[in-house]
Design a binder for this molecule. Structure first.
Ligand code: ADP
Ligand code: MG
Length: 319
């Protein structure tokens, strides 16, 4: 099967919102009046972000999910995406599974594949996603203010827990392992929550590299600090009791575990009920975990307000 047959068979579908979709030298697409483009790209490399043994449908899902997560973090609505794919050979079973998982998530968000590039090489998946956001309403990392409250969506640490189990560092009850593995392999981008927080949240980021690290980016950009209330944050543990793992490991997973694709965001105390409304309309749990401080430090504190020492760092590909 040649390059063009492969594209035709697994990736080309009738254009819906694009003026010109797959098949021409450029795709042509027109955003709605009064909107700005929100654009992001994310690459997944075999051996670095996933193993060759992963289910291709799950990999298709995750490749797009990590990109949709970036749009969510800015409060944007996903619209179209490009797929650049390098693979060692044409494996039709792999392509069928990959495109199935990819399109299932794409269709769930009305996000259309409008082009890409296909080449031979080590397995490497790069997606560029584009969304719309009403002019000047994108939620950036730079808007947090001292006194704002700090929130996280969903649960944290599950993907890291799965990774620890995968590496044989811990052994988990079967059901816990299955659930954590699903979170690692098929993360849920918080698209509806991100949009619902437009006009409510002052700063937001998605958690791809760990809470402390990604919150750190917000603090840096906003020139503020934060205090994380550890007892409140423990509510983020998916099922802490069932994990049956030491507290220190649970803490590492929650505070520094990457790959969860939840949202960390800030909002003024006066917006508490608006945050709850956004959580309810989007059907996404939200936990208040601390506050933003003028003092530029990131502190994790216990129930008595004592700082818990941590030398926990988030994931960095080059450190
Ligand atoms: P060009 O040679 O101009 O770079 P290609 O021959 O690589 O274009 O691709 C032909 C068409 O197929 C283009 O419209 C391109 O966007 C699309 N395409 C190529 N690879 C993919 C892919 N993996 N997924 C979706 N569309 C693709
Ligand atoms: Mg090309």
């Amino acid at each position: 099967m040649g390059e063009f047959d492969l594209i035709e068979r697994y990736f080309k579908r009738p254009a819906r919102q694009a003026d010109v979709g797959i098949g021409d030298d450029c795709a042509i697409w027109t955003p709605r009046a009064g909107h700005q483009l929100a654009i992001s790209t994310d690459m997944l490399v075999e051996g670095r972000h996933f193993l060759s043994t992963v289910d291709p449908a799950r990999l298709g899902h995750k490749s797009l999910a990590v990109n949709l997560s970036d749009l969510s973090a800015c409060g944007a609505t996903p619209k179209v995406f490009l797929l650049s794919l390098a693979m060692p050979r044409v494996d039709e079973a792999w392509l069928a599974g990959f495109s199935r998982g990819l399109f299932a998530l794409a269709d769930a968000h009305g996000c259309e594949l409008i082009g890409g590039d296909t080449t031979q090489g080590p397995l490497n998946i790069s997606i560029t996603v584009m969304g719309e956001v009403p002019v000047a309403q994108a939620i950036l990392r730079s808007g947090a203010k001292a006194g704002d409250e700090l929130y996280v969506s969903g649960t944290l640490g599950d993907a890291r827990l799965a990774l620890e189990a995968f590496r044989g560092q811990i052994s988990l009850p079967q059901a816990v392992w299955e659930a954590a593995r699903l979170r690692m392999e098929t993360p849920t981008p918080r698209v509806a929550l991100g949009q619902a927080l437009r006009g409510v949240s002052t700063a937001m980021a998605d958690i791809s590299d760990g809470l402390l690290g990604d919150l750190g980016h917000i603090l840096q950009a906003s020139q503020v600090g934060a205090t994380i209330d550890w007892p409140a944050s423990q509510g983020l543990l998916a099922a802490a009791a069932s994990w049956s793992c030491p507290e220190a490991l649970a803490m590492t997973c929650v505070l520094t575990g990457g790959d969860d694709y939840e949202l960390v965001f800030t909002a003024p105390a006066s917006a508490r009920s608006a945050v709850q409304d956004a959580a309810t309309t989007s059907g996404t749990a939200v936990t208040r975990i601390g506050q933003i401080t003028a003092e530029r430090q990131l502190t994790v504190q216990d129930a008595q307000g004592r700082a818990i020492p941590h030398s926990l760092r988030s994931f960095d590909h080059f450190s």
